[in-house]
Design a protein around this ligand. Sequence first.
Ligand code: AHR
Length: 526
Amino acid sequence: MSSFDAVTRRAFTNGGLAAVAATVSASAFAQGLAPGLDAQVVIDAAATPIRFDRKIFGQFLEHFHRGLYGGVFQPGSSLADRSGFRLDVIEALRELRIPIVRWPGGCFVSAYHWQDGVGQLRTPAFNKPWGVEDPNTFGTDEFVAWCRMIGAEPYICTNAGTGTFEEMSDWVEYCNLTQGKFGRMRARNGHPKPFDVKYWSIGNENYFPTEIGSKTIDEWGMLVRESAKVMKAVDSKLILLAAATVDTDWTAPLLKVAGNFLDYISIHGYWDFLWERGTKPSSYIEAMMRSRQPEAQIEKAIKVVADNGFGGKIKIAFDEWNLRSWHHPGFPGGGADRVDLIRDRDENDLNEVYTMADALFSAAFLNGCLRHGDEVRMACMAPVVNVRGPLYAHDKGVVRRTTFHVLRMYSDLLQPNVLASRIASAPLTAGGKSVPQVDAVVTRSDDRRRTTTALLNRHPSRAARVRLDGIPAKGGRLTILDGASPDAYNDVANPSRVAPRQREIRISGGTIELPPHALAVLESEA
Ligand code: AHR
């Protein structure tokens, strides 16, 4: 039996594996650090910069709790348009310039039938993974329209649980053809022009025994191959992904059988496990101690792809990520009668959970994607609104949580080319584990005149003195997100308590000071 057959959702740490050891000897980080400095960032000018893909700023929309109904879609709300889309949510999300959104799940999709959600007459359907009825008033047409309104590419994840590969290919026909039973169905539904949905994923986490329609290793490769074949028989231009993990046991057989049909593998990660009842969110310092694990998972994914002959051909899509897993005790598949457990999902809406821990963990996650930007070409934060998302929507408006500001700072301020750099840093040590106190990513404009450096100081109470070598650092504009404490957060009563502040700075001796628990983005000119 493979290590995966025995895996349960509780073991879901780094892509279904035992936690990657985060303890690295403290001295390993601080090699060559000059006295008085907490960190030094040195550019490797000889290395070829990586032009990163903005799809790493993607998002994920799932029919779960108030993520969709009551989040992005609220017919009857005074804040919604005639289609039911919350216009204040759209306005806020347009600030993030989100390049791509994955939908409809997640576990939800593993028993979802897309035809229930199109046409004039929508059939409410009981969703077996989440144990609630979905009204199906938000389906494919609404998703594509909503994506166009926020300026994002639609990315559809198909049902490889209870669904068939023909159902997947019929969905592609519905979206992308002007002919055939389903292409004509879309036209009859009021959309004569094809939607041109380019990105399609086969399945969601079918490696988990708890997933509805879970598959064995041997079943998965064949199902992905046959699904890919028939989807491409409808539209040969599709960009295809498939559920995978960083575990060779699972992904090597998948790539052997279906790798030639795939453009990406899809991996997921959550690092603070709140699925079960009674679990409490991890503290700031515990979150910081785990904040290098996403990059370790990325490196394992890159290795699995390369070891199986697809290095440089198949890219990585980290298309579900968040520091904190979602609170849904006893599910997926808990049963409609478990109303008590379904009510527990309200805990996902507690804004005080989403602090500077979430902000700096997310910045460290994005830094990992940027450092490996030639291989990691997509990432989708899970999810985009409510639950654990960067935006909280309530009946009277929205709250931009700390992570919203991180995403906007990265999306707005980074330059397109990531420079190779070496970072020596003092360690931040807690509970027998160590991580570098400081992390950084350096980016540069195409004309090499403008440099933007994203620096994070993980220390909860100490400032960090950082020397920037090779980075134009006479002065520039500094944007800082730190909050009054490591546990600072935004909520309905205080929607802007944590917000970025900007100032022009002069830098002496190429050294900059970062406040504690802070993300600081320095924009400087060569
Ligand atoms: O907790 C939400 C779930 O996390 C998503 O539906 C699933 O894809 C992942 O396991």
